[in-house]
Design a protein around this ligand. Structure first.
Ligand SMILES: Nc1ncnc2c1ncn2[C@@H]1O[C@H](COP(=O)(O)OP(=O)(O)OP(=O)(O)O)[C@@H](O)[C@H]1O
Ligand SMILES: O=C(O)C1=C[C@@H](O)[C@@H](O)[C@H](O)C1
Ligand SMILES: [Mg+2]
Length: 171
């Protein structure tokens, strides 16, 4: 069983996931980073092969890491894939969100996300995905203007009290 972090772009899934794994002494992977290590930069994959091919790579990387990795940060759009949605069944799914004001600060001047050109496109994407994020999530945390250490403390505390297999048994 894995703890899986989902949510819109720049919500903090990568940062929180890495830190949460450290706090729990758990194994960790970030599916975006696995894809980049294997296939190169995300904007280059989108440009050369298209979003559909990126989604195929993403689906496979998630399937490979669920069950074996204790804490897993997904890419922002990963949960829109129906196969991935089904695979999340039985895992602990943590949704991270943030307000448009907080996101604006985080995405300004960053060109690593090919689908996000500004807060308008972020908002559009978030609204289109919101129902799916919320349906899949066991719990949700707002990361807006909060130090990541605090966010991770909250997640760890929630896991301790609510984990599907108990706090010392997240794998
Ligand atoms: N709580 C926070 N306070 C301030 N900045 C933050 C916070 N969380 C994340 N950030 C910043 O926001 C940016 C995005 O964070 P991160 O990469 O963890 O998001 P993500 O949800 O993994 O995004 P993606 O969907 O693109 O993978 C980073 O520059 C990070 O430093
Ligand atoms: O929200 C999205 O669709 C994406 C988010 C990033 O994490 C990457 O997975 C990629 O840029 C696509
Ligand atoms: Mg990330």
């Amino acid at each position: 069983m894995s703890v899986v972090l989902i949510g819109p772009p720049a919500a903090g899934k990568s940062r929180a996931g890495r830190r949460l794994a450290k706090v729990l002494g758990a194994s960790y992977a970030d599916t975006d980073k696995v894809i980049v290590a294997r296939h190169g930069a995300i904007p280059d994959i989108f440009a050369a092969h298209g979003e559909l091919e990126f989604r195929r790579l993403e689906r496979d990387v998630i399937a490979e890491h669920l069950e074996t990795t204790e804490v897993l940060s997904l890419g922002g759009g990963a949960v829109m894939d129906v196969e991935t949605q089904a695979r999340l069944e039985g895992h602990t799914v943590v949704l991270l969100t943030a307000s448009p004001a907080a996101i604006t600060e985080r995405i300004t001047g960053n060109s690593k996300r090919p689908l996000i050109t500004g807060i308008e496109s972020w908002t559009q994407i978030y609204e289109a995905r919101r129902e799916t994020y919320e349906r899949l999530a066991d719990v949700s945390f707002d990361t807006s203007f909060r130090p990541m250490v605090r966010v991770v403390e909250d997640i760890a505390e929630w896991l301790e009290q609510n984990s599907k297999e108990g706090p010392s048994d997240v794998a």
